[in-house]
Design a binder for this molecule. Structure first.
Ligand SMILES: [Zn+2]
Length: 360
């Protein structure tokens, strides 16, 4: 994820913080300072740091459970709305997905229970009063927040944890693709309610979560659909065959001309011997032309290296290469020569064109 910073590594997983997380801490510190001065600001930041540790522990609940099923997690990113663990693949079997989804909230329940045991029996009314007091009741507040995290994540709004459980339950009857589509629709409907609640006084974080859940539900549903469609297909079934190419030594003006005269958004850059040297995207060209020291040649503005596969390679492998490298395209090469390429856009078109009601 762009705009995130590596802060360390735990059990083989990179821990990253998104830039917006610092904004959240700055906002919390500033509002506490305005209300109660430096001491209040420090106490608030300390509480956020403890909360942050609990969110990381929640994510490691998912990660360690996923590892039991052979799923690796290259990194987790902390956003103001929680953690996001990137897994190299998702559990396919419903029972495994339920176990991985529940492991996160289970960690928060465990933290809540441990703190409650540590605090000992206490008048619940006194504890409720401590929750309202920003200066005191650190542990009571932390326990309360952990219980909230566990319950909130169990809301069945896919792709939140509760939504993943719902998808897994639906998948046992409907199959994975239809279950995901239905879970994503339910997730988006709940996100819509979150958004309304946020606008009616629930606060900006709830609105952020609503937007995130809405977009992520749509994106993951589309991804599952694309993968299901790609299951039995080859690279050649999806590749673009009619295209214009550029040469590495072409002037950028030639590339600009090609952008205007064709509908292509990206151009394979092919060397004299027919091998693929790179890809020049419309965005990279515009950026290069706008720069103060504009490069003169295509080779200086193109993206390289570009992953390549054979026409007979499974389409799932092409999708994997596109997602892992974030390259503008995957080149399809036969006998050393470029015969086609696949982009995220043309995979999307493939999904849309084959989208038809599934027969019952
Ligand atoms: Zn979770």
């Amino acid at each position: 994820m762009t705009w995130s910073f590596l802060i360390g590594r735990i059990a083989g997983t990179e821990l990253r913080i998104h830039a917006t997380f610092f904004l959240l801490i700055a906002w919390i510190a500033a509002s506490a300072y305005v209300e109660g001065g430096t001491a209040a600001a420090l106490a608030s930041v300390g509480f956020v740091a403890a909360l942050f540790a609990c969110v990381v522990a929640h994510e490691f609940g998912h990660i360690l459970m996923a590892r039991r099923f052979g799923i690796r997690t290259p990194d987790i990113t902390l956003l103001p709305i929680g953690g996001l663990a990137r897994m190299d693949h998702l559990p396919e079997r419903p029972a495994q997905e339920v176990a991985v989804a529940l492991a996160g909230p289970a960690v928060n329940v465990a933290i809540w229970a441990a703190i409650m045991l540590g605090l000992g029996p206490e008048d619940p009314l006194a504890r409720a009063a401590a929750l309202q007091d920003p200066a005191g009741g650190f542990w009571a507040r932390l326990a309360g927040v952990n219980l909230f995290l566990a319950l909130f994540n169990l809301v069945p709004a896919f792709p939140m944890d509760g939504g993943r459980v719902l998808r897994a339950l639906l998948a046992t009857g409907l199959g994975r693709v239809r279950a995901t589509r239905l879970a994503a629709r339910i997730g988006q409907a709940i996100a819509f309610l979150f958004g309304i609640a946020g606008l009616m006084g629930g606060g900006p974080v709830l609105i952020l979560i609503a937007v995130f859940v809405f977009l992520a539900a749509g994106a993951e549903s589309a991804d599952v659909e694309m993968r299901a469609l790609a299951q039995d297909r080859r690279a050649r079934d999806a590749m673009i065959r009619d295209f214009r190419t550029l040469a590495p030594d072409h002037a950028l003006s030639v590339a600009a001309d090609a952008v205007i005269r064709t509908t292509q958004h990206e151009f394979p850059v092919v060397a004299a011997d027919g091998t693929l040297a790179g890809f020049l995207t419309r965005e990279a060209l515009i950026e290069a032309l706008a720069g103060r020291t504009a490069p003169a040649r295509v080779r200086e503005a193109m993206a390289a290296p570009i992953p390549t596969l054979a026409p007979g390679a499974p389409l799932l492998e092409v999708i994997g290469a596109l997602q892992a490298t974030r390259a503008p395209a995957v080149g399809i090469v036969e006998g050393g020569r470029l015969c086609g390429y696949v982009t995220v856009e043309n995979l999307g078109e493939m999904v849309m064109l084959s989208a038809r009601p599934t027969p019952d």
